[in-house]
Structures are given as C-alpha cells and as structure tokens.
Design a protein around this ligand. Structure first.
Ligand code: AMP
Ligand code: MG
Length: 407
C-alpha cells in the first residue's frame, strides 16, 4: 500500500502537462493558463492626460491665485475625453477639459473645476477665474504612467482571472494564446448501476459517481469532458478505454477495483498491457484505487472505487493534483488549512481517514459532521464544505489540530 503523498507523486510524474495551445477571444479565456508572455504594445496611457475635470493651464500663471485675488485666464476652447485640442496654451490662457482628455501643448498642470468660478450651464464669456493655483506638473498624468511599450505585463503560465483579462484588453489585445484544456473521459462501471432518469429495477442503483466526477471537473473549470457507463464486462471496458485513450489526456473510472469477482479493472489493465503505477493507497475511504498508463500516448487511467464517498474523497486527494499538473493551474489543487477540531472523531486510529466536515474560516475550527460516515453514503456531503484528515495515530479528539481539505 502506497502512502497518499507517494501516490500523488507517482501520478504527477506520469501525467505530463498539456503543451498544445490555442488562440482564444479574450472573453472566453477566463480561468485559462497563458501560453505566451504579454508585452505592452503601447505606452499606457498613450498620451499625457488630465486626471480630473477642470482647466489645463501653465502652472506658473496660477501660483498667486486665492479666493480674494483670483487669477483670470482666457479660455481657448473645450475638449472632452476622446478629443484632441490642436492649439497651444500660452501665457494667460487655458483650455477647459474633462477627465481623460489629452493635455494640450503648452499646458503643464490642471486646475480643478471646483477651484474656479465655473458653473454648469453658465457662459464663461471666454474667461475663467481661478481661486487656487497649481504648481507645474500638478494634476498631470504622464504618458506611460501605468507602463511603457515593451514592458512585460503578464508572464506565460499566469492563470487568467478577471484582472488579468482587463490588463490584456487595456494593452489592446482581443485574443490570447492559452494552453488547451485536457480532454478527460469519465467511465462508471457496474452491472447494478443505471443512468438516472430511467426506471429503477430490483437490485439496481442510479449512477451517482459519473456525475460527481463530471460535476467536480466542471467546478474546477474543465470543459472538455466525455463520459459513459459500462457494464462489468472486461472486453467492453477494454474497448472503451482503448478508444478513450486515443483522444483523452486523462481517464477516470469508478468501480471494479477491489477483490470481488466482478472487480474487472485488474483484468482490464492486464489485457490492455497497461503500465501499472499502483494499486491501493493507505487511506479510507477509497483504499483500492488503481492507476496505470495505457495507449500510445501513455494516458493515465485512474480507477477509483465504486463507493460514492470514496469517489468524492479520492477525487479531491488524488485526481486534483494530476489536474493541476496537466493544466498548469495551481488553483486546481485542493486548498488545505490547519485548524482546531471541535468534536471527537467517531473513528480514530488504524488507517488515515478523511471525514466529512464543516469548516468555520472565521473561528479557524472544524466540526466533523454527525450522521453517516459510511463510504457508501453521499447525501451527507451536501452539508460538508471540507474533508477532515484524521491521522492513523489515534489523534482526532476535540481540541486536536487537524488538517482540512477545502471543497
Ligand atoms: P465497487 O467498487 O464496484 O465494488 O462498488 C462499490 C459500491 O459502490 C457498490 O455498493 C456499488 O453498487 C456502488 N457503486 C458503484 N458504482 C456506483 C455508481 N456509479 N453510483 C453509485 N453507486 C455506485
Ligand atoms: Mg462494481
């Protein structure tokens, strides 16, 4: 039996990062990983501009201004953001302008509208009185204040969130090169397992696992997903995996990995001449996880237990690190916290266990949910926001420090 950390290491080594890239419209690139450096094609802002509504002046002209002795300047004209004033501001002159307007030639500062006798709708009659002076270069935004042409804005490998998309758009790009998403195939197994939506005959159960795995993949931003259910027939399963391995980067199966007569995945691996990575990990639930590589592209196949809770736990612990490696997105890995356990774990000692918990970020503590902890039950996951790790050393009492994996 492998320790969890070792199993993660083996899987991460086997799973290569996706190297192919694609060009995406910016609006579709959220959550994706940049496959190029983004450099500025222009200075930002591209021109010297006004940070406020007011008057572009020569600062020197206004220095003596006060409420008692305002300075009167000749207003040459008015520009809004997006317009350019073509003349030059000489001694005793100014231009009325709005936030974001280019500062005209000759001017070196901007007086706030509030520090003048400007009144909305009032005709300025070509003159404005300034009550408070500005020094040269006051209220003056230089071209390139944010960044200069050629500056590195974002590095290859950056995960694109909203702010990053804004930065790219601000630099003038509408498309961006990102790594393509891994294609992931999910196959649930079990003669007793039937698709939800149909009738439930005696002895059958609905397929929860396929949708747990697909749903969690979608939660993490993966969209290139395929899935199916397969009977406990090794030959059919082999075909399914062989086919999936041609177009997938990762295959996840559920069920059939224990030691029962219908636990077909061992035979499937052997018949496919799979390159075995490991069978069995030292944890509960989901110990009998099997992993191997198959096909010309050595696609990792991670075969999880059929127990729904075991599937959920092993997805968080084992599959997410593989997804992190493939996608190059560190956010895909589970976040962990150390915190205080507020109640006794109903199970302690023996093997390392992962229990459903409710983590309180503000209090820095976690409560193990009461109710069923059987590995076959899933409904109690709905109230759970984390997995609580109870080490096999007998700890797990109220007050102990434990590690939680946030869901
Ligand atoms: P297995 O690992 O195939 O022996 O399955 C273990 C337990 O999980 C059995 O009780 C199965 O009926 C149940 N199970 C297997 N696959 C699924 C599934 N896709 N959805 C819900 N329960 C399942
Ligand atoms: Mg089964």
């Amino acid at each position: 039996m492998l320790e969890l950390e070792k199993a993660i290491e083996v899987l991460q080594e086997a799973a290569g990062p996706v190297k192919e890239t694609e060009l995406l419209p910016l609006a579709e690139a959220a959550g994706r990983v940049l496959a190029e450096d983004i450099r500025a094609a222009y200075d930002q802002p591209p021109f010297d501009r006004s940070p406020l509504d007011g008057y572009a002046v020569r600062g020197e002209d206004t220095l003596s201004a006060s409420d008692q002795q305002p300075v009167s300047l000749q207003v040459l004209g008015k520009i809004y953001a997006g317009q350019v004033f073509t003349g030059t501001v000489d001694k005793g002159q100014c231009v009325r302008l709005m936030t974001g307007s280019p500062i005209p030639e000759g001017a070196d500062a901007v007086v706030r509208q509030e520090d003048t006798d400007f009144k909305p709708g009032q005709d300025q009659a070509g003159q404005v009185n300034i009550f408070k002076g500005v020094a040269p270069w006051q209220n003056y935004v230089y071209a390139g204040e944010d960044y200069h042409k050629g500056d590195l804005l974002l590095e290859k490998g950056t995960v694109l969130k909203g702010m990053q998309l804004g930065i790219i758009a601000g630099s003038g790009r509408d498309q961006v090169e990102v790594y393509r998403q891994p294609v992931i195939t999910v196959i649930s197994t079990g003669d007793e397992v039937v698709a939800p939506g149909g009738p439930l005959e005696a002895g059958k159960i609905y397929d929860a696992n396929r949708f747990t795995v697909l749903g969690r993949l979608a939660d993490l931003g993966f969209r290139k997903l395929e899935s199916c259910h397969c009977q406990d027939d090794p030959e059919i399963m082999e075909d399914r995996i062989r086919e999936a391995a041609k177009r997938s980067d990762l295959i996840i199966t559920t069920g059939g990995v224990s030691v029962g007569e219908k636990d077909i995945m061992h035979q499937v691996m052997a018949d496919l001449h799979g390159d075995k990575l490991f069978w069995r990990v030292s944890l509960k639930p989901g110990a009998p996880t099997l992993a191997f590589l198959t096909g010309e592209r050595s696609v990792p196949v991670i075969c999880l237990t059929g127990n729904p809770y075991g599937v959920a736990v092993n997805f968080e612990l084992l599959v997410r690190p593989v997804l992190e490696k493939m996608s190059g997105n560190p956010a895909v890995r589970s976040k962990t916290r150390q915190c205080r356990l507020v109640n006794d774990s109903p199970k302690r000692g023996g093997v390392r266990r992962f229990m459903r918990g409710s983590y309180d970020e503000e209090e820095g503590q976690v409560r193990i949910l009461t109710g069923s902890h059987a590995s076959g039950t899933l409904s109690s996951m709905a109230a759970s926001n984390c997995l609580v790790e109870i080490p096999g050393n007998g700890s797990g009492r109220a007050g102990d420090k434990v590690r939680v994996y946030l869901l």
